[in-house]
Structures are given as structure tokens and as C-alpha cells.
Design a protein. Structure first.
Length: 342
């Protein structure tokens, strides 16, 4: 088995391991039974995250997938639908959970590489006009920020929010990497979250926590989402141990995301100078590398793995900078790419 922990691992920002300081706060966390609402660390994280994101209430969940699912089910009833980008995580990569578990129909809409949808197309797909009973009821518009590392343009978010309001839709933001958008756009997390009814943020991507996401929104919506969390088996007991890691992750690792963005910038610049590579990015912490036809991406990934550099092979490889990748690692990687392609 490949021992990724000893490699410079660009596969994702989810591969980070807890720092000694994070492990220390986890070890010291005071805990209680969170299903009874008695875990002080979970309660603290939920209100801390809600305040940071400018919302009334928060709910700690195991994953981004569970967070998005609970949000969609809190907004939509059986026979309703949510409008969502064709490439969005909460349409394409969440195992059809809203349809399977909530009988909520997704209405996917084509997306641009920037993570945006044509809003006229979105408007045309909204079904809340009389239909003689033909249509599912459109209830919710979901956006994703960042999408493939790209922060959504602020005027696009404003326009999408206006459209949703005019047409009576609620708004959910999959902000798994909202933190990166905030750093890149020099805005507060609350500014990026503004105008959405619910926002899901991940603690285990970029911020370095081992597990966990938080869903924030109004108190009634979070109460409804909490019921769904229980139904999908997401009620956790002494979860304060992981909530402590989550709070530590926000407090200690949010500002240093700027280092990941700087490392991605240097990586993109270094790789762009190598013949046979086409570079897209940096997009916050991510760089996309397309190999020329003369190169076999699998063979290159193997050569890089022999130099202790991990990435998913493919015609276009996504390289993600994160907490466990240093500026020196980036220089090592640029040299290893040059050697692997020579
Ligand atoms: C944009 C986005 N949303 C949601 C998720 C789901 O998060 P999780 O893997 O914690 O379920 C991911 C996971 O990579 C993601 O990239």
C-alpha cells in the first residue's frame, strides 16, 4: 500500500493530518452527550461558527455531504425540487441523497468552468407557475463557493440571489471551501455567506480538522435540519472531541490559507515554465495541469510517486496545496515535474 503520509500529497486538501496542537485540544476537550444537547464543545462550535458566518444558529455534522443533505431536506418537501449546477458537489457527488432520502428532485443546470450558471437558464428552469399539477415545485437554489477552487464572482452571487428572491426560492450555499473565497476576495466569512438562508462549511478541507462540517442558518431551519441529521444517523454523542478540533481549525488555520494560495501561485508559475504542460490556475489553493499528448499521465504520476509526490493521474491533474505542503515542498515538486517530463 502507498504510504501517502510520508509523501508530498497534492491529491486534495482533505488529506491533512491533525497537528500536535490540534491533537492536544482534542485530548483536553470537555464533553457530554450531544444528542441531549449537552456537549459543551459542540454547542460552542455551533454558536461560534454561526456568529462567524453571520447566521442565527449552527449544527455540527460529520461531513459536507451530510450538511448539504440536511439543508436540502430542511428547505424542500417531498415532490419539491432544488436547482443546482450540473457539476456542483450537491448534485453530482453526493450519491443522489436528496432524491433517495427526501424524494426531492434535483434540477441540474449547465455550469461554466467558473462555477456559475447562466441565470436566464436558471430562471427558465424554475417551475413555480401553475402547471395543472405537472411540475415539481421549485423551492431552492444551491450555489457552490468556491467551485474547483474558483471563488464565485460577487456580482454573480448578487444577481443569483436577486433572481431567487424574486421567484420565491430559498438559497443554500455549499461553502465547503468558503474560507478560501473569503481569503482570496479579502472578505469576511460572514460577507461571503450573506444573503443565503443556509450555508454549509467544511472544517476538514484546507482548515486541517480530521472530520466535520457546520451548517448555519436561521434557528427554525437549523432545528428542522437537526431532525434530518438524526434521521440519517448523524446524531453523535461525545462529539466535543472533534468539535474542539474544528474550532481550533478555524481559529488557527483560516488565515494561513493565504500560504496555500501563495504556494499554488508559485507552483503554477514553476510548472508553466516546463515544456509539455498547460497550466490552469492558480485558483485559490488549486492548480490544474494538462499534459501534452506526447506524455502519458499515468507514467508521469508513477515517476512523481517514486519521488514521493502524490497526485491523481489523468489528462488534467488537479494539484491542491494545503497545510501539510510547505513552500520548500513546492520547489521540490517543480524540480520533480521537470525531471519526470525530461
Ligand atoms: C464543494 C464540496 N462540497 C461538499 C463536499 C462534501 O464534503 P465531505 O467529503 O465532507 O462529505 C466536498 C468534498 O470534497 C466538496 O468539494
Amino acid at each position: 500500500m502507498v504510504h501517502y503520509a510520508s509523501m508530498i500529497d497534492f491529491r486534495s486538501d482533505t488529506v491533512t493530518v491533525p497537528t500536535p496542537a490540534m491533537r492536544a485540544v482534542m485530548a483536553e476537550a470537555s464533553v457530554g452527550d450531544d444528542v441531549y444537547g449537552e456537549d459543551p464543545g459542540v454547542n460552542d462550535l455551533e454558536s461560534f461558527a454561526a456568529e462567524l458566518l453571520g447566521k442565527e444558529a449552527g449544527m455540527f455534522v460529520a461531513s459536507g455531504t451530510q450538511s448539504n443533505l440536511c439543508a436540502i431536506l430542511a428547505h424542500c418537501q417531498r415532490g419539491d425540487e432544488y436547482l443546482v449546477g450540473q457539476e456542483a458537489h450537491c448534485y453530482k457527488y453526493e450519491a443522489g441523497g436528496a432524491a433517495v432520502l427526501g424524494s426531492v428532485q434535483p434540477q441540474p443546470v449547465a455550469m461554466n468552468a467558473a462555477g456559475t450558471m447562466d441565470l436566464d437558464t436558471v430562471a427558465a428552469a424554475i417551475k413555480n407557475q401553475p402547471s395543472m399539477g405537472h411540475f415539481a415545485h421549485s423551492r431552492l437554489l444551491c450555489l457552490e463557493n468556491t467551485h474547483n477552487g474558483r471563488p464565485l464572482p460577487i456580482d454573480y452571487v448578487d444577481a443569483a440571489q436577486s433572481l431567487a428572491r424574486e421567484r420565491g426560492l430559498a438559497l443554500h450555499l455549499d461553502g465547503a471551501r468558503l474560507w478560501n473565497a473569503a481569503i482570496a476576495d479579502d472578505r469576511s466569512p460572514a460577507e461571503v455567506a450573506a444573503g443565503f438562508d443556509t450555508v454549509s462549511v467544511c472544517l476538514s478541507k484546507g482548515l486541517g480538522a480530521p472530520i466535520g462540517s457546520v451548517l448555519v442558518g436561521s434557528a427554525p431551519l437549523i432545528e428542522e435540519a437537526r431532525r434530518w441529521r438524526k434521521m440519517v444517523g448523524g446524531g453523535m454523542r461525545q462529539a466535543g472531541i472533534i468539535a474542539a478540533a474544528g474550532r481550533h481549525a478555524i481559529e488557527q488555520h483560516l488565515a494561513p490559507l493565504a500560504n496555500d494560495h501563495a504556494n499554488a501561485t508559485r507552483l503554477a508559475e514553476g510548472l508553466a515554465a516546463i515544456d509539455g504542460l498547460t497550466i490552469d490556475g492558480p485558483h485559490t489553493s488549486m492548480v490544474f495541469v494538462t499534459f501534452g499528448d506526447e506524455h502519458d499521465p499515468v507514467a508521469i504520476a508513477e515517476r512523481l510517486a517514486a519521488a514521493d509526490i502524490a497526485m491523481f493521474p489523468g489528462p488534467t491533474a488537479r494539484l491542491v496545496c494545503h497545510l501539510d505542503i510547505s513552500a520548500a515542498d513546492v520547489e521540490t515538486t517543480i524540480e520533480a515535474f521537470a525531471a519526470a517530463l525530461s
